[in-house]
Design a protein. Structure first.
Length: 212
């Protein structure tokens, strides 16, 4: 399975809108639409997208992280949606965040514009933060976690990604109909034969040897 890692290039994952620019020039006319196209593009990729969060994960930075399939977070991270503190609302974070952590938690974070640490983010339930890694070994920890996901069958992972994306807003019957050809494709793929052969090899190697 090919994996896309979304990561900040500097000391932070992303700090959001430039407040100086907002104060002096205002928001660019296409700011909302262009950012939402980027976030939606992440969601529609046929590859697993993992947000690698460190440092400040604020505003548009957190909005980008919410559009990822999974989030690996460093213990040095600070997360928050600050928009209501300066007269805006956090765009489609108002849609994505409740789907991850529930309406009550999402409203508290959005309405208060408070920042939280990774420990609290993890306590909010798997969703906002999926894996927490100590800052002092963050790169190594990220590599270990990514290896878990890259070991999966590409065709099976793509099917699972596609169907879980439907889970919150599509009727069961429609998802079931979509799942049937995906199951058939998995069964016809070489991945399943390779996995079966690997399993047989493992079980045979564990069996006690028999002497004639």
């Amino acid at each position: 399975m090919r994996v896309v890692l979304l990561r900040g290039a500097g000391r932070s994952f992303g700090t959001g809108i430039d407040r100086d620019m907002l104060a002096t020039e205002g928001m660019p006319a296409d700011f909302f639409e262009s950012h939402e196209r980027a976030y939606r593009g992440l969601e529609l990729l046929d590859k697993l997208v993992i947000g690698v969060l460190h440092g400040h994960v604020l505003g548009a930075g957190l909005l980008a992280a919410l559009a990822c399939d999974l989030r690996i977070c460093s213990t040095d991270a600070v997360l928050g949606l600050l928009a209501t503190s300066y007269g805006l609302f956090p765009a489609m974070g108002t849609f994505r965040l409740p789907r991850l952590i529930g309406l009550g938690h999402a409203r508290r974070l959005i309405f208060s514009a408070q920042t939280i640490g990774p420990d609290e983010a993890l306590r909010l339930g798997l969703g906002l933060v999926d894996h927490l890694v100590p800052a002092e070994r963050f790169d190594a920890g990220v590599e270990e976690l990514v290896a878990r996901y890259t070991a999966a069958s590409p065709i099976a992972m793509a099917a699972a990604q596609r169907l879980t994306a439907r889970a919150m807003d599509t009727p069961l019957d429609a998802v079931y109909a979509e799942a049937l050809p995906l199951v058939a494709a998995c069964l016809a793929s070489p991945d399943i034969a390779a996995a079966g052969a690997a399993w047989q090899h493992r079980t045979s190697s564990r069996s006690p040897s028999h002497q004639p």
